[in-house]
Design a protein around this ligand. Structure first.
Ligand code: HH2
Length: 268
């Protein structure tokens, strides 16, 4: 899954793809590089805390759609590839699905009840990501006695909430929410124990690309975190993850091609 941030303020590429032309060029590059699907986001979810200060400002639905729709419409007109929309708002999901998006990626795991209704009515795949609190205060909620058990329990509750709202569990993809209400130690523990999350019985999506735990481990700024991101991709892909959400598609595709070829190599 290639990330397309049509935003002025995303943590690693804010402002680069805010205008439709550069956004479309970047989308085409990611598809040519081998992305299987694209995730279009028009609202940054950069959390408050020591890394990003006050965090991202929340964006009204009209503004989110004004950024998103020109890019979504143009992409839908030129490709059949799966297009996901990264939004926390039911109104945005509804308009995006009407414009031809295929998947809803919700980092709030149905914080907006309208989004559950929209997903239930559309029957589309929906990504439910683990987080706690909101963007402004999630860093204060990064407290766990057992992060793996608690994230599993909270994702299981999100799945139950989705089903109660009429979403079929077969629509749901689960995501541990790397970097959302989690410290470096929590992120690493969750990656280490992806097998525990897989017991929830749904496909897993992992988004570790360029995230701040990589910076904490290496000292690298966001734009220089590709090697660390590939380590996380390799680990996730080898431990049951179905979808990896990445900014650097070309490098990731090459990395996974070699990683998989080695895993599949026959005795010679
Ligand atoms: N991470 C980000 C945004 N959306 N969605 C899912 N399912 N999982 C993630 O880990 C995830 C996500 C944050 O990355 P990015 O989109 O590059 O930054 P920003 O939120 O600042 O736009």
């Amino acid at each position: 899954m290639g990330v397309l941030n049509v935003t002025p303020d995303s943590f690693s590429d804010g402002g680069r793809f805010l205008d439709p032309e550069p956004a479309l060029m970047h989308a085409r590059e990611m598809l040519a590089a081998g992305a299987d699907l694209l995730d279009l986001g028009a609202e940054s979810t950069r959390p408050a805390g020591k890394t990003y200060g006050a965090g991202a400002a929340s964006v009204p639905a009209e503004d989110e759609l004004a950024r998103l729709l020109p890019v979504l419409d143009a992409l839908r007109a030129e490709t059949d590839v799966v297009l996901s929309v990264d939004t926390r708002k039911g109104a945005v999901a509804r308009a995006a699905l009407a414009a031809g998006a295929d998947v809803v990626n919700d980092v709030s795991a149905l914080g907006d009840p309208e989004l559950a209704e929209v997903a239930a009515a559309a029957g589309c795949p929906v990504v439910l990501m683990h987080s706690r609190g909101d963007l402004a205060d999630m860093h204060l909620h990064a407290r766990y006695d057992d992060v793996v058990a608690e994230v599993c329990a909270e994702l299981s509750a999100a799945l139950a909430r989705a089903e109660a709202a009429g979403v079929d569990r077969a629509q749901v993809v689960l995501d541990p929410g790397i970097g959302f209400a989690k410290t470096r130690v929590h992120n690493l523990a969750l990656l280490r124990r992806l097998d525990a999350l897989a017991t929830l019985g749904r496909p897993l999506l992992v988004g570790a690309s360029r995230k701040s735990f990589i910076g904490e481990l290496t000292g690298a700024p966001p734009a220089e975190r590709l090697p660390g991101s590939l380590a996380a991709v390799g680990w996730a892909a080898r431990h049951g993850t179905s979808v990896v959400r990445v900014h650097d598609v070309e490098a990731t595709v090459q990395f996974l091609a070699v990683d998989r070829a080695i895993a599949a190599a026959e005795h010679a």
